[in-house]
Design a protein around this ligand. Sequence first.
Ligand SMILES: *Cc1c(COP(=O)(O)O)cnc(C)c1O
Length: 387
Amino acid sequence: MTIKEIDNQYIANTYARFPVCLTHGKGSLVYDENGKEYIDLSTGIAVNTFGYADEEWVTAVQQQLSVIQHTSNLYYSEPCAKLAQMLCERTNMKKVFFSNSGAEANECAIKVARKYGENNKGADYTTIITLKNSFHGRTLTTLAATGQDVFHKDFLPLTEGFVYATANDIDSVKELLKENKCCAVMFEVVQGEGGVLPLDKDFVLALAELAKKEDILLIVDEVQTGNGRTGELYGYMNYGITPDIISTAKGLAGGLPMGATILGEKVQNILGAGMHGSTFGGNPVCAAGALNIISRIDDKLLAGVTERSEFIFSSFKNSKGVISVSGMGLMIGIETVRPTGDIINECIKNGVLVIKAKNKIRLLPALNIDMNLLEKAINVILEACAK
Ligand SMILES: *Cc1c(COP(=O)(O)O)cnc(C)c1O
């Protein structure tokens, strides 16, 4: 049997896979089982921050793997302690809870918010406002947080306590605040799965002000926008707000599973011993990977992200077959005249990996993608759009 046949027989049918079996890669180049080369602009959905088999990252991970691979959270461990320190110093936040995915990072944020509401506002202040068209994960609670009915319908009843405001409409948030006993508002500064849509600056600033005035927590879901993706270490930094909780995952450890819920002043001591936990959370190998990644996301690297971003935006602007370009940094959505599926398949045929978000082609290249490779890939996409 081929890999495709084994997979189709034995793996649950939850993924509509492209007909490509990837075997190895280097930087932004990746190869399939037949040796065909692709320029990868998808990075495992914003996970492989510095591409495939990045030398420095591999060394850091291998070094940790060869000395201690796991400890449990019953003991102290250097990599996760150092990583928490680095994340707090870079964000001016106070404490970190480590998990293994974006959904789990959000689950922790939600638990903290509910406990904060109970402690500070009253036991019934449990409702969290999220935005329509958002995406916060696949667990039953983060699905409930996700403001898209299509994800809900087969799995009811979901966790209670979520209400949905309209993005960029502060009055819709105010209305929900009046009608519900709320403890938090949670949002992505750029809605990723929702179509790569950045929130308006005015709206985000108004949200932050409202949260402060009403004493509800400001939770930013930085699972996709985090770790350098938008041209700042975290996406909210483009907006000049101070969140109470940041959740992140995807690119954090450069290709290893790791989630982090970063807690600000107000909520740093909300969780006590025994109130939350994760067997794998803060795993030393993942933490060593993340330490390498985060320490390399400096001003120079971020300037490179912005430079590449501007290059992509200007390449697609007013191009044939392109309706609009949206996004921020290296998280970009391209609305096209041709159906996205056709364009993606044609790009694959011509050696470029891109994915979609709603009705758009989504680009999430490695933060350090070589400019020549990027240009080559863009030309392939432009050609597919223009047909
Ligand atoms: C991908 C994503 C998640 C879910 O992350 P998982 O690691 O798949 O659980 C949550 N929020 C946002 C904004 C995401 O993009």
